[in-house]
Ligand binder design. Structure first.
Ligand code: ZN
Length: 193
């Protein structure tokens, strides 16, 4: 504040979706001055971005000269949002895309989301696809067990557009069958798998 004087820095807390492990720390921001917390449930989050009326829109959030583009990307969670940061080229996909178990709650919505992310990435320079977890090992198709806390042989978090396309191809191969379907860089868990 001394170096860059202004009235205040505001803090905006947004989520990629409303699952417990992603919103558990929200309470720490309660009553914090100059802070807006947008809860991760569908009404709150999608209402904030204007997705409730128009899920196909690209919402924009200005962080102060740095404008994020935000997409409604349901499938893993009904209120999922993906963020694109043009400054870094990061596509921040939450739990929708990451090197691990992709838990699909709504198969059709998930497929439309993956298609939309591929189409979006075709129109923007994307440097990395960054999700929120790593669960794979460095052996193709082999993941660490749930709740593992030491993963010395995990792949990097960042993924490529090529891997995003591989998810689409994997979905075509699975064809909506429920269950756990392992592929080299990710595992698609459809339904209660
Ligand atoms: Zn999740």
């Amino acid at each position: 504040m001394a170096e860059h004087p202004r009235d205040a820095y505001t803090l905006l807390v947004l989520h990629t979706h409303g699952h417990g492990d992603h919103v558990a720390a929200d309470a720490q921001f309660t009553d914090r001055p100059h802070t807006t917390v947008v809860p991760g449930d569908r009404n709150s989050a999608w209402g904030y971005f204007g997705f409730t009326d128009d899920p196909g829109r690209v919402a924009r959030v200005d962080l102060g000269g740095r404008v994020l583009e935000c997409l409604a990307t349901p499938g893993h969670h009904e209120a999922a949002v993906t963020y694109y940061d043009p400054h870094t080229g990061f596509l921040l996909t939450g739990d929708t895309v990451y090197p691990g178990r992709l838990y699909v709650e709504d198969w059709d919505a998930f497929g439309r989301t993956v298609d939309r992310l591929i189409a979006f990435a075709d129109t923007r320079p994307v440097t990395h696809v960054l999700g929120c977890h790593i669960e794979m090992t460095d052996k193709p198709g082999v993941d660490y067990p749930v709740l593992t806390t030491y993963q010395p042989d995990e792949p990097p978090l960042q993924m490529t557009i090529g891997q995003l396309r591989s998810i689409r191809e994997a979905m075509d191969e699975i064809g909506g069958r429920p269950g756990r379907h392992a592929f080299p860089d990710f595992i698609i868990c459809n339904g209660d798998a």
